[in-house]
Write a protein that binds this ligand. Sequence first.
Ligand SMILES: Cc1cc2nc3c(=O)[nH]c(=O)nc-3n(C[C@H](O)[C@H](O)[C@H](O)COP(=O)(O)OP(=O)(O)OC[C@H]3O[C@@H](n4cnc5c(N)ncnc54)[C@H](O)[C@@H]3O)c2cc1C
Length: 276
Amino acid sequence: MLCKQPKTLAHEAQLAQRANEIGLSASVLSASQVASLEPELTLDVCGGVHFHDDGHLNPSLVMQELARDLDVRHETEVKSFERRGDRVVSVNIGNERIEADEFVIATGSWSGDVAKQLGVELPMQAGKGYSMTLQSPPQLPRTSCLLVEARVAMTPMGSTLRFAGTMEIGGVDDTINPKRVQGIQESIPRYLPAFSKTFAGANTQAQPIWTGRRPVSPDGLPYVGRFAHLDNVISASGHAMLGLSLGPATGMLVRNILANKRQPFDIALLKPDRFA
Ligand SMILES: Cc1cc2nc3c(=O)[nH]c(=O)nc-3n(C[C@H](O)[C@H](O)[C@H](O)COP(=O)(O)OP(=O)(O)OC[C@H]3O[C@@H](n4cnc5c(N)ncnc54)[C@H](O)[C@@H]3O)c2cc1C
């Protein structure tokens, strides 16, 4: 966490203290301590917080590896479900019907619409964000950092550097709001002066902009568990800003449900029917 303002650093230090109390490892750093952790960066910050257990990854590569041994149907939409009483027996993908013993709804921001087809409520909003990846960044950090006041994440991926940010709550749409993108781009040189020309003038539009949607529930908690009135449907959705980070834990919870195993903690708070 990189902070420009002492007030923000003080707030982040409080969060670090709480994190340490619950077993995470976080240290509050001065500007010179941050600089020694990131010697390749020229930084204009007053300090930061280092979460020692945090990591970073390339989402595309992770997904490719995870999908390697699975039967993945790309560009295939589940159009409807076939039910027999409280059980779902198959999904219809247009020209084919796929039967299964168990079904997991993991359709992100679209999960509310998918659940509706089963007659169940799963309130969900899409929280749109943008990212841009520099192929030849002027400097490359060693680890991922959050530019705290700007709410922008910076992640090295090999020799490239990705910046991501903004949260626009709304429907599922792919339009790009140039003002929001500009907001991200303008905030970066305030922390990293070496990037002052990267997004300036003509360069502003030079980076292809990616947009994605975070699946956001009303209370910010994901929906993980079985639906009360459906015997063989599980929700694994609504992870908002942390879907990649929480994916492995969610996978473990879903596996435990399927195997009738005891969960490592009470997942009642995550019940998918909690707003029904
Ligand atoms: C800019 C940005 C930065 C982010 N940074 C981070 C980060 O640093 N760390 C982190 O942990 N998370 C991050 N996230 C959040 C993370 O991307 C999401 O939480 C995560 O993608 C949610 O995963 P999901 O599988 O639930 O949904 P999605 O990734 O949205 O996947 C849902 C899939 O379901 C498919 N689908 C929808 N309807 C149907 C249907 N009827 N039939 C078949 N398929 C369907 C969709 O096409 C989609 O492929 C970020 C998000 C954004 C936008």
